[in-house]
Design a binder for this molecule. Structure first.
Ligand code: ZN
Length: 309
């Protein structure tokens, strides 16, 4: 089953305004499109620690009820719409399909995390194999176990032919700049894989319970925090060719980027792992568009659909 954050009939702001040319000069790729694997979900069923979802743990009763209804509605949407309708109606030539964010299962123990990753990736590969001219895969790897993650990176690139992976904004609460994750970024860079970073609520969301703030504020805030760690923690310094795409407009940093350069210029404790001004690294990052246009030209923007997921 496959679902998108974009509501049915919603306008796609990044869409090329002219006619679709599936093999022509203008080629529109939708990179923000999730699929859910029933097989992987069954592997963690009843394991609350693994399937913990921050959008659920910080949500009002009303929000939980809506989440449940939304999940059911999404589950019934199949098959993928680009395959269902052909190229024309949505203006999309190719969809890069990625796991449902909560199916990255970074909280699982290494072996289970590896097994669920393989199940999700095989599921995505099966869809891409059925419609090879309409879908490309963005897989998942067990970040919590870096050596296994690297093995899965090699498999998704060399055996499954994926173009990238989706990663979360933290690894079960651990920041992506931790030393033990460096080798994963190194291999992703080496393999030329796109890294699509997507949030799943905010880890410290005690004040976000009402009004669906865990998503409305929490999702872009978690992307904001993660992007700061990747910059200030030296990950983007060490892997200059890493192809990083951040969901939802890149969080709040693109609209507030002057502050990071000011901080680095003012305080040495801000730039312990920086060789250049922080926005130098930010300029290498791409984002999908959010529900409001990006107002800063500091971050590169791909042409993507608005989302609230
Ligand atoms: Zn999403």
């Amino acid at each position: 089953m496959l679902f998108k954050c974009l509501p049915p009939g919603g306008e796609i702001p990044g869409r090329f305004p002219g006619p679709v040319h599936a093999r022509g000069k203008w080629f529109t790729i939708d990179i923000h499109c999730h699929v859910r694997s029933d097989k992987a979900a069954a592997m963690v069923e009843g394991n609350a620690a693994v399937s913990r979802w921050f959008l659920e743990t910080a949500a009002s009763e009303h929000s939980r009820a809506i989440n449940a209804r939304t999940a059911n509605g999404r589950a019934s949407r199949a098959p993928p719409r680009a395959a269902d309708r052909g190229y024309g109606p949505d203006g999309i030539d190719i969809q890069a399909i990625s796991p449902a964010p909560r199916q990255t299962y970074y909280g699982a123990d290494p072996d289970l995390g590896h097994e669920t990753s393989r199940a999700v990736n095989d599921f995505i590969a099966e869809i891409c194999g059925r419609y090879p001219d309409r879908f490309v895969g963005l897989g998942t790897v067990p970040f919590q176990a870096p050596d296994l993650a690297i093995a899965e990176l090699d498999r998704v690139r060399k055996s499954l032919g994926f173009r990238g992976i989706e990663i979360m904004t933290h690894v079960a609460g651990e920041d992506l700049s931790a030393d033990r994750f460096r080798k994963i970024f190194a291999r992703a860079e080496e393999l030329g894989l796109v890294v699509f970073m997507h949030p799943d609520g905010f880890t410290e969301a005690a004040r976000f319970v009402n009004h669906y703030f865990a998503n409305v504020i929490g999702n872009p805030l978690d992307s904001t925090v993660a992007l700061h760690h990747l910059i200030f923690g030296g990950v983007l310094r060490d892997y200059p060719n890493l192809k990083l795409v951040v969901a939802h407009g890149g969080g709040f940093l693109p609209a507030y980027s002057g502050r990071i350069d000011h901080a680095a210029a003012a305080r040495p404790d801000c730039c312990e792992q920086l060789h250049r001004m922080p926005t130098t690294y930010l300029k290498r990052v791409y984002s999908t568009r959010s529900s409001t246009p990006i107002t800063s030209s500091t971050i590169s923007s791909t042409s993507m659909a608005p989302t609230t997921s």
